[in-house]
Design a binder for this molecule. Structure first.
Ligand SMILES: [Zn+2]
Length: 318
């Protein structure tokens, strides 16, 4: 038997259940929705989770579409899944856990006697630590962002090459290879000896079908490449950024982007203009470095200093 929370499956079987974490404000117990796919044949273990940020739903779309297409009878090894990590934020469609106003992906590896978010992190990290590979499905929140996979352990980490390989196998076409902040699962996992990446499936409000399809394809690429399922995976060259330049607006007004997501930009290229409500240009912002237009705000209105867009820098193909 393989188990996660109350989900428990014999070889060749699938089960769903709850991973109990504590109680909500009215005293009722709550648990994260979890699933176990126990392959008919022995093999490695993959842990996948989604909705660590409560407004990032594309990962949940990936699970909802992909899980029914993985027959345990044809699987070698085990897939452990947490469908919704940030239980409280998901209920209200917010990014951060409203119980403690915390971003989940700064709390790993968690603390089982800590804050609400730390307890969820500890419970899910316990499952991640039992795996051989981990996928933490994210997106650029509700802003607009390209489809990419993040390697967050840092280039000097002993598991860096394995994490980078996992990112290439997932295969969104773009990789950000830059050490992340403390508390990310994609950092805590490698520290525990488990290759972990953070696929970032676009950015939208609700579900974006194209990004969800990238995620479904990425999950099956991982299952095939690491021999959970039969089949070949052709590794495609990935566009890798090793840095990020963030651009804010020097003035208040309305943003007109001069570049699309995924475009190559050269130093000096105009990234965006800001106009007043009558179309009169107030400012023009140019790229400081060469790179790829990676992410941009969704709403056109900005205040002075407010975030507008990001360019991935130090770009190569690998
Ligand atoms: Zn996220």
């Amino acid at each position: 038997m393989k188990a996660l929370g109350t989900a428990s499956a014999a070889p060749g079987e699938f089960d769903t259940g709850r991973l109990q974490v504590g109680e909500t404000r009215d005293g009722s117990e709550f648990g994260l929705p979890v699933a176990v796919l126990n392959g008919a044949a022995d093999g490695p273990t993959l842990y996948v989770q989604a909705v660590s940020d409560g407004d990032e739903l594309n990962g949940l779309g990936v699970l909802q579409r992909a899980i029914p297409q993985i027959p345990p009878a044809e699987l070698s090894g085990t897939v452990l899944v947490t469908g919704i990590v940030n239980y409280h934020a998901f209920q209200v469609a917010e990014h951060r856990n409203p119980i403690d106003d915390t971003k989940m992906n700064r709390t790993y590896p968690g603390d089982e006697s800590g804050t609400a978010s730390e307890r969820i992190a500890a419970a899910t990290f316990d499952a991640a630590s039992r795996a051989d590979l981990v996928l933490d499905l994210h997106q650029g929140s509700t802003s607009r962002m390209i489809n990419e996979v993040r390697v967050r352990c840092g280039q000097r980490h002993r598991l860096h090459d394995e994490c980078l390989e996992l990112a290439k196998v997932f295969g969104c076409g773009n990789v950000l290879d830059q050490k992340g902040p403390d508390g990310q699962l994609a950092r805590a996992g490698p520290d525990e000896g488990v290759p972990t990446v953070d696929p970032e499936l676009g950015g939208c409000v609700g579900w974006d079908e194209e990004s969800i399809q990238y995620g479904v394809d990425g999950l099956f690429n991982v299952l095939r490449y690491y021999d959970f399922l039969d089949g070949e995976v052709d590794l495609e060259p990935q566009t890798r950024a090793q840095g990020f330049d963030r651009y804010g607006s020097p003035v208040g007004g309305l943003v007109d982007f001069q570049r699309d997501l995924g475009d190559r930009v050269e130093s000096g290229d105009v990234l965006f203009e800001v106009t007043d409500p009558f179309g009169q240009r107030k400012a023009e912002v140019t790229a400081d470095d060469d790179g790829v237009f990676w992410r941009s705000r969704r709403l056109p209105q900005v205040a002075t200093g407010e975030y507008v867009c990001s360019v991935g820098t130090d770009v190569d193909e690998y």
